[in-house]
Design a protein around this ligand. Structure first.
Ligand SMILES: [Zn+2]
Length: 427
């Protein structure tokens, strides 16, 4: 029996709305589906979350195993209700919302389904109209095809240019989109990306920003070159990954730029940046099920990590501007194995390692916030001198002795408590 043809036998009158025997089919055989082991009992479906390897890097462990994505098909002529129980440990957040769709090819929308805590984890009950299919997730799921079609439309209309920079593990195209036909080295390059952690729904940012840059924000194209990478991890969208590529590499944290076998997505992205090093790089992410424990905002970098006084000054100005967004909360991140750290070390790129949106604020807020973030970055970049920030052509960055010492000390001081904690845990 395959997963997709697994049939749930529904007992008579187990829930008030059920009036006869019927079969409900569990659907997990589509792009983006994600579910661990499951079992049924009466009208209850109990599921574990799908498990990806934990990221253990830079003395920290990151667990992205938070999300599910599956469908239910009601083969009967009657309205049905199914109680879904998601098993998880107490430490993991309980989602505020369940997102759903009538097709796995559409973006999931927030439903009115209520989620309650239960001993196994959490539970919710879904309605299934007669002869219907419904798809459910605890995140704002956006299918790859949907995003690809959108960007292909922009390309067809000649608004933007597609730049294929490599292939993923499964052979999917890795595409960047530029608002220029040829890179003008005299203009600063701003690169904006999303879609490295497929379950986060953060591609909403790059779509909103691209639309803005093609309309109200269009005049900025004469002062800056823009590169947009909406999906850094296409395979993850196909195989329903929370944070990893097809080989289980979470390449946001563990950017294996020289490992073409395990992580071609990182390798080719690094090649792309070596050809066109961005002056500013921002990568959008989103909180999903974390609720009020998290707040939207940027990951910032200590200016000491930048080379040259001028670049440190620009980075501070941009950070200050982003921190002005009401209710946002910034965090300092240092993660030497991550892409943004590597970019600053190699190219002196000013990076915002992550800008976290928050699904709890809704689709419109996520869209508007993404555009606001880019507007703020652009507006405070006017008048800044980027001419000496990035080496052109790309080559080894020249740091002063003072900068090397300060940067090394900063990294060591940041890691000392983490290293000690790890050592103590081992003994
Ligand atoms: Zn993320």
């Amino acid at each position: 029996m395959t997963k997709s043809h697994y049939l749930l036998n529904i007992l008579v009158n187990a829930l008030p709305m059920l009036s006869s025997n019927t079969n409900i089919e569990l659907l997990v055989d589509y792009d983006g589906a994600s579910l661990g082991a499951y079992s049924e009992e009466g009208t209850s479906l109990t599921c574990a979350l799908s498990e990806e390897p934990l990221v253990d890097i830079d003395y920290e462990i990151h667990d992205y195993n938070l999300h599910f994505n599956f469908g239910l098909s009601n083969h009967s002529e009657e309205h049905k209700q199914i109680k879904v129980i998601i098993q998880q440990t107490d430490k993991k957040p309980i989602p505020d919302a369940i997102w759903s769709s009538t097709s796995p090819s559409n973006c999931f929308l927030e439903s009115k389904v209520e989620v309650t805590k239960c001993p196994a984890g959490y539970a919710f009950t879904v309605d299934l109209p007669p002869m219907s299919k419904r798809y459910f997730s605890n995140t704002m799921w956006k299918p790859l095809k949907n995003i690809t079609l959108k960007f292909d439309e922009y390309v067809k209309s000649n608004y933007i240019h597609k730049l294929n920079y490599g292939k993923s593990v499964l052979g999917h195209d890795l595409n960047a989109f530029t608002l220029y036909s040829k890179r003008n080295e005299k203009l600063p390059l701003i690169c904006i990306s999303s879609g490295i952690h497929p379950a986060e729904g953060d591609t909403i940012s790059t779509v909103a920003i691209t639309e803005w840059l093609l309309n109200e924000g269009n005049h900025h194209n004469s002062a800056f070159d823009f590169m947009i990478i909406p999906v850094l991890n296409p395979d993850g969208f196909i195989s329903g990954k929370n944070g990893c590529n097809h080989n289980g590499v979470n390449f946001f944290w563990d950017f294996q730029k020289y490992n073409i076998q395990a992580c071609p997505e990182a390798h080719y992205l690094w090649n792309l940046f070596q050809t066109s090093p961005p002056n500013i790089y921002i990568d959008f992410h989103s909180y999903t099920t974390q609720g009020q424990s998290k707040q939207f905002g940027p990951y910032l970098k200590n200016p000491v990590l930048y080379t040259s006084k001028n670049t440190r000054h620009i980075s501070l100005e941009l950070s200050k501007e982003l921190e002005k967004i009401p209710n946002s909360r910034s965090q300092i991140l240092l993660s030497p194995a991550s892409l943004p750290y590597n970019m600053t070390k190699e190219f002196n790129t000013i990076t915002f390692a992550k800008y976290h949106l928050h699904q709890g604020y809704g689709i419109n807020h996520m869209r508007d916030l993404s555009v606001e973030v880019i507007e703020k970055i652009i507006k405070s970049s006017y008048g800044c001198d980027f001419t000496t920030q990035i080496l052109q052509p790309y080559g080894p960055l020249k740091r002063t002795f003072n900068e090397i010492i300060k940067q090394t000390l900063y990294v060591q001081r940041y890691y000392l408590p983490k290293k000690l904690k790890r050592l103590l845990e081992k003994h």
